[in-house]
Design a protein around this ligand. Structure first.
Ligand SMILES: Cc1cc2nc3c(=O)[nH]c(=O)nc-3n(C[C@H](O)[C@H](O)[C@H](O)COP(=O)(O)O)c2cc1C
Length: 173
């Protein structure tokens, strides 16, 4: 027998609860459009393929970044490390241009790149696809920078955690 379908509200709540317990990497997705810098904090980012090197970022259509990103040629996915926690917190302020007041931001290929991020992946906007409330932006990589010594910043259960301090789990024998 098929399990009873949950109501849409209950399904949404169950999905949120499930996703809350997914440990996620934290990204600052940034772009520049008509001389102004824009950026939001995001976790819905994923590598897409190595050939060509590409990634995707899912951006809410009402986010301040959406319109500029839909018009811009390039964007940067800044993978945040533990040392960028202040940047992550500051990115939640309401006024987008002021988000760049914390952290050392440089322009590469005309978009904001966080100098001491764990990694920065600069892309051209290759394609986009709308689904529900979000647009999936597909980026083709044009520059990648990585700091070997960085510790990842991870978001889990509505908090930032340090996964590098987590003990390795040995398999049960
Ligand atoms: C941990 C975390 C992850 C988020 N991930 C995303 C995401 O993947 N995509 C997205 O559009 N918004 C995401 N948001 C929301 C945005 O950061 C932002 O708050 C929202 O888009 C409103 O931004 P605005 O004030 O620039 O319009 C996330 C927020 C937090 C705190």
């Amino acid at each position: 027998m098929e399990p009873a379908r949950k109501s849409e509200v209950a399904l949404g709540a169950a999905f949120r609860e499930a996703m809350r317990h997914v440990a996620a990497t934290v990204y600052a997705v940034t772009t520049t459009y008509e001389g102004r810098d824009y950026g939001i904090l995001a976790t819905a980012v994923s590598s897409l393929s190595f050939d060509p090197p590409s990634l995707l970022a899912c951006i809410h259509r009402e986010a301040s970044l959406h319109k500029p990103l839909a018009r811009a040629e390039r964007f940067c996915v800044n993978i945040l490390g533990l040392s960028n926690r202040e940047v992550a917190e500051h990115f939640m302020i309401p006024n987008p241009p002021e988000r760049f007041a914390v952290g050392e931001w440089e322009a590469h290929h005309g978009v904001p790149v966080l100098a001491n991020a764990q990694s920065s992946l600069i892309c051209t906007v290759a394609n986009r696809h709308e689904f529900g409330t979000h647009t999936i932006f597909i980026g083709e990589l044009i520059e990648a920078n990585h700091r070997e010594d960085a510790t990842p910043l991870t978001y889990f259960d509505r908090n930032y955690i340090d996964i590098s301090a987590a003990p390795e789990r040995k398999r049960d024998t």
